[in-house]
Design a protein around this ligand. Sequence first.
Ligand SMILES: Nc1ncnc2c1ncn2[C@@H]1O[C@H](COP(=O)(O)OP(=O)(O)OP(=O)(O)O)[C@@H](O)[C@H]1O
Ligand SMILES: Nc1ncnc2c1ncn2[C@@H]1O[C@H](COP(=O)(O)OP(=O)(O)OP(=O)(O)O)[C@@H](O)[C@H]1O
Ligand SMILES: [Mg+2]
Ligand SMILES: [Mg+2]
Lengths: 256, 256
Amino acid sequence: MSKIIAIFNQKGGVGKTTTNVNLASSLGLLGKKILAVDIDPQGNTTSGLGIDKQSLKRSIYNVLIDKIEVETAIIQTPFKNLDLLPSTVELAGAEIELTSSLQRELALKNSIIKIKDNYDYIFIDCPPSLGLLAINALATADSVLIPIQCEYYALEGVGMLMNTIQLVKRGLNPDLEIEGVVLSMFDGRNNLSIQVVEEVKKYFKGKVYTTLIPRNVRLAEAPSHGLPIMEYDEKSRGAEAYMELAEEFLEYQEDE
Amino acid sequence: MSKIIAIFNQKGGVGKTTTNVNLASSLGLLGKKILAVDIDPQGNTTSGLGIDKQSLKRSIYNVLIDKIEVETAIIQTPFKNLDLLPSTVELAGAEIELTSSLQRELALKNSIIKIKDNYDYIFIDCPPSLGLLAINALATADSVLIPIQCEYYALEGVGMLMNTIQLVKRGLNPDLEIEGVVLSMFDGRNNLSIQVVEEVKKYFKGKVYTTLIPRNVRLAEAPSHGLPIMEYDEKSRGAEAYMELAEEFLEYQEDE
Ligand SMILES: Nc1ncnc2c1ncn2[C@@H]1O[C@H](COP(=O)(O)OP(=O)(O)OP(=O)(O)O)[C@@H](O)[C@H]1O
Ligand SMILES: Nc1ncnc2c1ncn2[C@@H]1O[C@H](COP(=O)(O)OP(=O)(O)OP(=O)(O)O)[C@@H](O)[C@H]1O
Ligand SMILES: [Mg+2]
Ligand SMILES: [Mg+2]
């Protein structure tokens, strides 16, 4: 029983990549077979996992535009049970190139479907926008995991976020569900953080993970070493929080 | 002598909106006549200045798509010398609608040009993407102000950022210059911040403002009250830093 989950929020800098890298690697440590997909031209998931983009012969760009077999672009990472479909800067041109191709919203879905059963979970890290790359991810996914930073502008964007998900659900992917909402960069010492948590819990009744990801500088340092947090500093609050999130995430899967 | 400056960085959450709101309002307090333009569908500059988006009859969407006169969409803000061309959620559909229109990259330029001389400076807050809205801003601007968060992923994106600026310079706007680079969310206690500052200064030789914007929770609180930092808490480190940045910004203008 395999599942594809898009990590999406059009607001920038809310922790999409940090969640993709650390939730995927924590689930790998818990014995689940994981594919992390990077469909953001910035390629932060790719570098966050320590992969040198210059050395890659193939990437998601070739899968979407040249229609190569997705297995030939997937690479193993040094981390347990974790494979990656990497992104390179070529992807920046893909949105324009996809515009004129047939079934442009389904380029990713048509390729990923073939290898879906090789993994327990496939996570897709989205760019902070509403263009064709994000739409491809939402059209492919079974569900959406939404990171929300505990700050005002991120809270303000929630309405627009839900509009986008509803549009995709109506037009491209009727089965798309909300996997869950994870609150990130939480700082218990400041009122704003606490207010945002309360507002988000009211808005998403029951879909918000009880695990809060604290603001923790070790999470911001880990990518400069190309390591998930559990490899960089397993005793840090950031590592504990993402492992807790991984366990909570799995609890909900059992319910189904 | 009026100047149009795009505040741009495709990396999300680096402080584009926070810089737009607080640099524009600080320059207004220093006696300069300022127009803040919000071309991000998220509309964070609009709400950061306390404007209720639901109450707006016109916005930048109508300027770009319906080609209404830009003066009819501009509103005065309660803040000294500061006008706003607001954004609403309708703008989310503009990128698709612009794709098929004539001179789609110049929709903003063709309208703003008419009122350019009413202001000393016009600042444009861009979305975190490389779509037609950001391209319109870069095609309109005389120069680009680049906020960079003092963290690894923001540093990694600098190459791609410069690629985009060069592309626009070659194809649409040969006179586009770098106005300056402002380092934001600086935390002197952590090594990562210090390393990023050094790398950015090496990369952008001479174009980096000496004013560093510190990580300061008051800057994150101010938007929830719809106020620029000088109105919300003028004694905060965030307010001092943005006023210092405004003064340093003006020093460079005199040189010209
Ligand atoms: N809990 C946390 N504590 C401290 N720093 C964090 C945390 N989560 C993320 N960060 C840092 O904050 C910045 C933004 O996070 P990240 O890049 O993961 O967000 P994003 O939503 O993927 O951004 P984009 O919209 O550009 O794709 C990064 O520099 C990251 O290292
Ligand atoms: N110097 C600072 N200190 C503390 N918080 C800050 C600072 N600058 C910005 N912030 C907060 O960080 C978050 C990201 O900043 P902001 O929204 O201005 O970035 P942006 O680049 O405009 O994001 P987007 O890419 O989504 O447009 C916001 O919640 C903002 O309030
Ligand atoms: Mg990201
Ligand atoms: Mg912004």
